[in-house]
Design a protein around this ligand. Structure first.
Ligand SMILES: CC(C)(COP(=O)(O)OP(=O)(O)OC[C@H]1O[C@@H](n2cnc3c(N)ncnc32)[C@H](O)[C@@H]1OP(=O)(O)O)[C@@H](O)C(=O)NCCC(=O)NCCS
Length: 267
């Protein structure tokens, strides 16, 4: 018997979940996904808003074989009309939907979006989510696992996010600069777990390999992720009061090039 006769690779091939940020070519699939898997806790966004998230490659995707989307989550910019610069002031993480239950992807997804946005297009102020107040599981995961804090939004944010009518049904959480290192650790540890053991569904027990080959946080942005998670820069962000995200992001570039600021350094 030859080696090829003895080993039937196809019989042993493990299903795979591919994690990445979207391409423009995913537009139709993403629109179809949100229209097919509508949920009372996920508002359908204006077409233009979602389209701009896709064209700027800001939709997180976890996909099963045959292009089945197991999870999608997006981010949206909001400008403060009072601000003197045109930089966005706040970023909302929303449209988070996982129709395949049991994969436990929520904390990783949110933290990965936040860290990736911080690295590539940081807002001035903070990340936020407004959640229906009967969605207790998600509020508990966001505060307990991802490390976000509950807060009362100021009037301007309520207006620019278009949520004034819904205020009585919503709770708000946010992530500022002090929470970034915790989220970076969550992302890094999850990536390491994915690489070692894949994902096992809590619902079915099925195990999936995870394809991270197109996921920047596992590849070219990994050194920065490690610095934010465990380095002197991360300790600096964690141990100081919340500060301007864009300015902190500029400091990270300097830290990556010229060595790290001492942890006791004040921002
Ligand atoms: C929230 C959501 C994205 C989580 O995705 P996920 O982490 O891959 O999903 P899982 O099925 O593995 O659930 C994760 C946890 O949430 C809990 N959970 C999920 N949906 C729940 C619900 N409707 N009620 C109570 N608990 C729920 C699960 O029990 C699990 O808890 P555990 O980790 O302690 O076991 C997914 O459940 C979903 O699409 N929900 C509906 C839409 C929604 O609420 N989106 C968020 C809007 S802010």
């Amino acid at each position: 018997m030859t080696v090829s006769e003895k080993f039937d690779g196809s019989a042993q091939m493990q299903s795979c979940i591919r994690i990445r940020f979207c391409e423009e070519t995913d537009l139709a699939r993403i629109f179809n996904f949100y229209s097919e898997y509508q949920h009372e806790h996920v508002d359908l966004r204006a077409e233009d808003l979602l389209r701009s998230s896709v064209t700027t490659r800001r939709v997180f995707l976890a996909e099963q074989p045959d292009d089945v989307i197991a999870m999608a989550s997006s981010s949206y910019d909001y400008n403060d009309p009072r601000a003197e610069t045109e930089n966005k002031s706040w970023v909302e993480i929303g449209s988070t939907r996982a129709p395949v239950p049991g994969l436990g992807l929520y904390p990783f997804t949110i933290a990965a979006q936040v860290v990736h946005e911080f690295f590539t297009r940081p807002p001035e102020e903070f990340f936020f989510a407004s959640i229906y107040n009967n969605n207790e599981a998600v509020a508990a995961m966001l505060s307990g696992k991802v490390g976000w804090e509950f807060f009362e939004p100021e009037e301007t944010l309520i207006d620019v996010s278009g949520e004034r009518e819904n205020m009585s049904k919503l709770i708000w959480l946010r992530a500022n600069t002090t929470t970034l290192p915790h989220q970076a650790r969550l992302v890094l540890e999850t990536i390491e777990r994915f690489e070692l053991a894949g994902i096992t569904s809590k619902k079915t027990g099925d195990n999936f390999a995870v394809d991270l080959s197109d996921f920047p946080l596992a590849n070219d942005l990994r050194p920065m992720l490690q610095e934010l998670a465990h380095g002197g820069f991360g300790r600096l962000a964690e141990n100081n009061a919340p500060t301007n995200m864009r300015v902190l992001r500029e400091m990270l570039d300097k830290a990556m090039v010229s060595g790290l600021p001492a942890p006791q350094h004040k921002i």
